[in-house]
Design a protein around this ligand. Structure first.
Ligand SMILES: Nc1ncnc2c1ncn2[C@@H]1O[C@H](COP(=O)(O)OP(=O)(O)O)[C@@H](O)[C@H]1O
Ligand SMILES: [Mg+2]
Length: 541
């Protein structure tokens, strides 16, 4: 039967009835004998019809029970008749259902979907959710509601409320190869299409701009190919970008002179700097002034001056030499330039492009596997862009100037910026903690959520979680959440690829989806449904 054709209100397949449970632990639902436990998957959505509400919830667990503890010892599958008689009756399955929202049975003014604060009574019937239920809960696809995937057992659309989504920092998680970059590209296409926010992507692995690799077939389109007039391609490596037959809109250059001690401090992990070396960097800035980096490097050839400097900053014998070597590693990067950057800077080019309502994708080209280059560049640019957003937003409060367009900053390998050791230092940590105060939020993409600072994790509005294997990573994503243990059970049941459990701010109920396929059908759907921009004020006002 095609459930898509069912009229609204007609329930989906009958699964069983409520026999116990609580609001906090979830409902216990006895599975009807006509349904095999194998037919019900963790993560599916169900409806429960109470006396005045229809509840929508998610199946988080399935357990086998017997009415009498000695039954399993007495009944065996060698006696098929007995086993068949017992199965489903005195030997039965219990589903745990977490009710998330309540829809009033009788619609009236102001009676939309509400978070479930009550539960249905005993024997309330439980059905699989239908397409009509899914639309009632997640909204119909329109300029605000973006289709991200389908429920496991239904051919219909689960939508994300985009304006709600971009209001907070969010995370896409999953182990390598689980589909994070594909899902992120889909989300970004949705944001771009709706015009809900400007986007700046630090595209470490060259996954978002122009052509992206696919494990299963030919390369897929990048965002610039889907939205040629809305996406500017910035690159750190012009030759690499041009080799693919595309001219970059801007080649990013970072003036060596503008690199600050903070920029170096954040490279502690990737450059393997000791604590003392990092402290010395700050002392060098204090002693040598604004041009500390150049001064420091040129002093190296003068033995006398080098010795004097060592005494000045009270550094141990090897400290300055080691630091010099590390800084030379950075200095070899072709994107670092001499001079003070007085010509129009890359920071300004990004700000100007964003101000025109465009998205910036910064490709790393040959630096794609170089975490030092990634952390250095992403931090350098984001710190300065964030400063400008703070200033502009504050001016907008006092002078009625125009507030900047909301900005979503996308970082892959987010734990490098947001580990407990550095989250307090980086602008990224600050953006996550400030929420949307200055119109900047993060979309973090990461395979090791447990390595992200817990405070930052707790600020994430919506989480889209693809397959994870590591217990700690799963625990980290559901910690301190009501029903977290049950959600973890759903996470553990997921398939290797192209599935995501979505929960948080932008969806009314946690939902496990097959992520929309990213390919030719997606491209044409995007081309068909170009929509006018929603205004920034509507979102952040
Ligand atoms: N939504 C999707 N549509 C089409 N293919 C997908 C999708 N999600 C994942 N895949 C397949 O899985 C592979 C791995 O996905 P990817 O996003 O690169 O993983 P990750 O970024 O988590 O390492 C892709 O190369 C692609 O073949
Ligand atoms: Mg990836």
């Amino acid at each position: 039967m095609n459930r898509k054709t069912l009229p609204p209100g007609e329930p989906g397949r009958y699964l069983g009835q409520v026999i116990g449970g609580s609001l906090t632990a979830g409902l216990a639902v006895k599975l009807d004998p006509s349904v095999s436990p194998e037919e019900v998957k963790a993560g599916v959505l169900v409806t429960v019809v109470g006396e005045s509400n229809r509840y929508v919830g998610v199946v988080t667990n399935i357990e086998l029970h017997t009415a009498d503890p000695s039954l399993p010892l007495l009944v065996s599958r060698d006696v098929p008749l007995l086993a068949q008689a017992a199965r489903g009756n005195v030997a039965y399955a219990i589903l745990t259902v977490r009710p998330s929202i309540a829809l009033p049975l009788v619609a009236g003014p102001g009676t939309g979907a509400q978070p479930a604060r009550s539960i249905p009574g005993h024997f309330a019937p439980v059905h699989l959710a239908t397409s009509a239920d899914i639309s009632a809960v997640f909204g119909e696809e329109d300029e605000r509601h973006f289709w991200v995937g389908s429920p496991l057992d239904l051919d219909c659309k689960v939508c994300l409320d985009l304006p709600l989504f971009v209001m907070r920092s969010n995370g896409v998680f999953g182990k390598t190869g689980s589909g994070k970059s594909f899902l992120t590209r889909i989300l970004l296409a949705g944001i771009l299409q709706s015009g809900t926010a400007g986007v700046l992507v630090f595209d470490m692995h060259n996954d978002y701009g122009w052509l992206a690799k696919s494990e299963e077939g030919p390369a897929v389109k990048g965002l610039k190919q889907l939205f040629p007039s809305k996406v500017a391609l910035f690159t750190l490596d012009e030759a690499w970008t041009r080799r693919r037959g595309v001219a970059p809109d801007h080649v990013v250059r970072i003036p060596w002179e503008q690199v600050e001690p903070e920029d170096i401090a954040l490279l502690q992990e990737t450059l393997n700097l000791t604590h003392v070396q990092v402290e010395t960097v700050y002392l060098l800035r204090e002693h040598l002034g604004k041009r500390w980096l150049d001064e420091f490097c040129s002093l190296r050839s003068n033995a006398e001056a080098w010795k004097a400097l060592r005494e000045q900053v009270a550094a141990g014998a090897g400290t300055l030499d080691a630091l010099y070597r590390h800084l030379q590693t950075i200095r070899r990067y072709s994107f670092l330039t001499e001079g003070d950057g007085s010509s129009p800077s890359s920071v300004q080019a990004i700000l100007d492009t964003l101000a025109r309502g465009m998205t910036v994708v910064l490709e790393f080209g040959r630096y794609r596997d170089d975490p030092t280059a990634y952390v250095l560049v992403a931090n350098f640019l984001t710190r300065r862009i964030h400063e400008r957003y703070v200033k502009q937003t504050e001016e907008a409060f006092t002078d009625r100037a125009q507030a900047p367009i909301p900005l979503v900053v996308v970082i892959e390998e987010a734990h490098k910026f947001l580990s407990p050791a550095v989250a307090r230092l980086t602008t990224f940590g600050r953006i996550a903690r400030e929420m949307r105060k200055f119109n900047v939020t993060l979309l973090i993409v990461d395979q090791r959520p447990s390595q992200i600072d817990p405070e930052v994790r707790s600020q994430l509005g919506t989480r889209l979680v693809c397959k994870l294997d590591d217990e700690q990573d799963m625990d980290a994503l559901v910690e301190r959440m009501q029903g977290g243990r049950e959600l973890k059970a759903v996470l553990a049941s997921m398939e290797e690829k192209q599935q995501a459990l979505i929960f948080g701010h932008a969806v009314p109920v946690p939902v496990l989806v097959r992520v929309r396929p990213y390919g030719p059908d997606f491209y044409s759907a995007i081309a068909r449904t170009a929509t006018p921009s929603l205004q920034g004020e509507d979102l952040f006002g």
